[in-house]
Design a protein around this ligand. Sequence first.
Ligand code: TRP
Length: 330
Amino acid sequence: MENKKVILSGIQATGNLTLGNYIGALKNFVKMQDEYDCYYMIANLHALTVRRDPAELKENTLKVLATYIAAGIDPEKSTIFVQSQVHEHAELGWVLDCYTYMGELSRMTQFKDKSEKHADNINAGLFTYPSLMAGDILLYQADVVPVGEDQKQHLEITRDIAERFNKLYGDTFKVPEPYIPKAGARIMGLQDPASKMSKSSTIPNDTILLVDTPEEIMKKVKKAVTDSEGIVKYDVENKPGVSNLMTIYSVIKNISLDEVEKQFEGKGYGEFKTTVGEAIVKELEPFHKKYNELMNDKIYLEKIYTEGSRKASEKARKTLNLVYNKVGLV
Ligand code: TRP
């Protein structure tokens, strides 16, 4: 346990997760559990940067937790916790705010995107979002942070903040490495394969939610945008829709894209889509069962996050004490 490398990652508590989250993040989280000392967080403080309904935020916190466990994260092996329950996050976040420059924060593409999307609520939290995220990571002295492509810039600023702090006060933080999985890092929308599959997409049938029924999944895959060529071939530029379905299939079946091409040689899109849809349904079947059981047992879920948050806090406190001591907070 002691000499295992540390992983920290988190997902925002903002509702139903998608097949994109499952393939790009959760499947990797599960794989890494044995090799690493893993901390998996439910980022509910970050969720406040956009207006949320309080009851929904609470429910979504449990949904993400149930999703983690149903996807295969074992609370006996990994520490699963809620960000707001480990007060060290808010505390280190504040300190790091004071070591993060306005200039660098204003270059963050997520800030620019979200400011555009929520023009009536460009709050300070949205702006300092990356220094809170840096705190999440640095509190655990994480070696590796698995994230999607869209969070890469936040990892870079985290490294900059850590290096800046270490230079001023001597070695304090481990400088973390991002881990961006090659296969399936970016699952795209089924209707708009130029954009990432997102739960906030407003296009009907664009997103497969992990809670979708088998019928919904089959319907969405069958309606997925393809092209008029009729050949199952990987070519993101010219065949983004087909390539996206191939990626999904290859990750689920654990085979290469070449093998997918071979499997569907001479076959039309109809058969291809049915096979892909069925593979997704089969992959998610045990997930659904477990997820529903968990969502019906809130007492168990509360127990898991309370215990996980206690464990996380123990580790986080050590780093926070060190930081307070270094900067001169009594
Ligand atoms: N910002 C991340 C996202 O939206 C969620 C997150 C918060 C996170 N804190 C983190 C991810 C720390 C990795 C590490 O996806």
